[in-house]
Design a protein around this ligand. Structure first.
Ligand code: NDP
Length: 281
């Protein structure tokens, strides 16, 4: 029976520790500031943005939410991003995705100054991550590395299998695990014999957005399982990509959904904002 990795508790602990560091920065005249831009009426995005704003407040990071209507043009959004790029009081800029269909996400993400790109989606940061240099790395995979380390799980030399290759989770996860000296395999929807590969994993990270992508017959005894997925089951209850109830009987560690990876994602965003503020001063 696995140890359940408690991302919620860990995130509370890390935020508590962050408060002290931010208080110290304020004494030195540095006030970290994050601006989140929310375009449109996506209800999930509204919840995410509210949580980010609330978490900033809890640790002492100044935060502002700019809300723009659904019909905002790309040019109008780019003008807001440019104003924030120029504003010296702003350390981090985050444009909440997805954007309405008339706006090209790539163009907007590339307009954010790389040194304020706390989400780590700008090609400059993606490139820095892939060559193993200091950069802003996307919050979800960064949070997973912190979680593994906090639970004393060895990464170096282990076979890490990642299921999913998105730019937000799978690919940056692979770069971060390589940096930690894991041997990394990345799987996706075109992978043949997925179960054969997942059964080889010492650490298995699943980010497909599909329930039951990984079942108990697809893992070996003692595996560490990190479930990134956020899905709803037929009862409308939040669940991950892994068959938690059965896989936990074979795993050594496993993250629950909710309460695993999710809370760590926000914590890492706060961490990146602190880093941005330090660099700006
Ligand atoms: P994407 O849809 O962008 O990517 C999904 C990936 O999974 C793709 O690479 C796809 O392959 C692969 N995939 C899909 N089905 C299968 C399958 N049956 N077997 C193997 N691979 C498969 O999703 P994201 O990476 O953005 O997100 C993944 C999940 O994580 C979602 O549920 C999302 O809500 C959640 N999430 C949670 C976060 C958190 O903070 N907890 C943060 C970010 C995401 P291909 O490339 O071939 O299409």
């Amino acid at each position: 029976m696995a140890t359940i990795i408690d991302g919620k508790m860990l995130s509370l602990k890390l935020k508590e520790e962050m408060k002290g560091r931010i208080a110290q920065m304020k004494e030195e005249g540095i006030v970290p500031k994050l601006v989140v831009v929310l375009v449109g009426n996506d209800s999930a995005s509204q919840v995410y943005v509210r949580n980010k704003h609330k978490s900033c407040g809890e640790v002492g990071i100044e935060s502002e939410v700019i809300t723009m209507p659904e019909e905002t043009t790309q040019q109008e959004l780019l003008e807001v991003v440019e104003r924030l790029n120029q504003d010296n009081s702003v350390d981090g800029i985050l444009v909440q995705l997805p954007l309405p269909k008339q706006i090209d996400e790539k163009t907007v993400l590339r307009a954010i100054r790389p040194d304020k790109d706390v989400d780590g989606f700008h090609p400059v940061n993606v490139g820095l991550l892939s060559i193993g240099d200091e950069c802003f790395a996307p919050a979800t995979p960064s949070g997973i590395v912190v979680m593994l380390k906090e639970y004393g799980i060895e990464i170096a030399g282990k076979h890490c299998v990642i299921v999913g290759r998105s730019n937000i989770v799978g690919k940056p996860m692979a770069a971060l695990m390589l940096k930690e000296n894991a041997t990394v395999t990345v799987c996706h929807s075109k992978t043949n014999n997925l179960a054969e590969i997942t059964r080889q994993a010492d650490i298995l990270i699943v980010a497909t957005g599909r329930r039951n992508t990984v079942t108990a017959d697809m893992v070996k005894e003692g595996v560490v399982v990190i479930d990134v997925g956020m899905n709803r089951n037929e009862l409308g209850k939040l669940c991950g990509d892994v068959d938690f109830e059965n896989v936990k009987e074979k795993a050594s560690f496993i993250t629950p959904v909710p309460g695993g990876v999710g809370p760590m994602t926000i914590t890492e965003l706060l961490e990146s904002t602190i880093l941005a503020a330090k660099r700006h001063h």
